[in-house]
Design a protein around this ligand. Structure first.
Ligand SMILES: [Zn+2]
Length: 95
């Protein structure tokens, strides 16, 4: 299974699996926020997700929720996500 490396504010570098994370996606910008529970300290962490991070998280199968406050997701945005998914470097870290 894919592991995702990120940083806990308390513990430093931690490794997660996709089911440890959830993503709040802003449809209009293609960015958002990801939330995870640290496997070391159990704390909930919220981090901004830029385009690249969003792409990595979606590609690894992280559950996501589209925030519709600024309008619904469009066909072109879905197409853009699909394109970005083809460019994932699996070894990349989120930050
Ligand atoms: Zn921690």
């Amino acid at each position: 299974m894919t592991t995702i490396r990120t940083t806990c504010a308390v513990c430093g570098d931690v490794e997660l699996i996709p089911t440890d994370l959830s993503l709040e996606l802003t449809a209009t910008s293609g960015t958002g926020t990801y939330v995870f529970s640290c496997p070391e300290c159990g704390g909930t962490q919220r981090r901004p997700a830029n385009h690249r991070v969003v792409s990595i998280l979606l590609a690894t199968g992280v559950a996501y929720e589209v925030m519709e406050s600024r309008g619904p997701i469009t066909e072109s945005e879905i197409a853009r996500f699909s394109t970005e998914l083809d460019r994932i470097d699996w070894a990349e870290q989120l930050n």
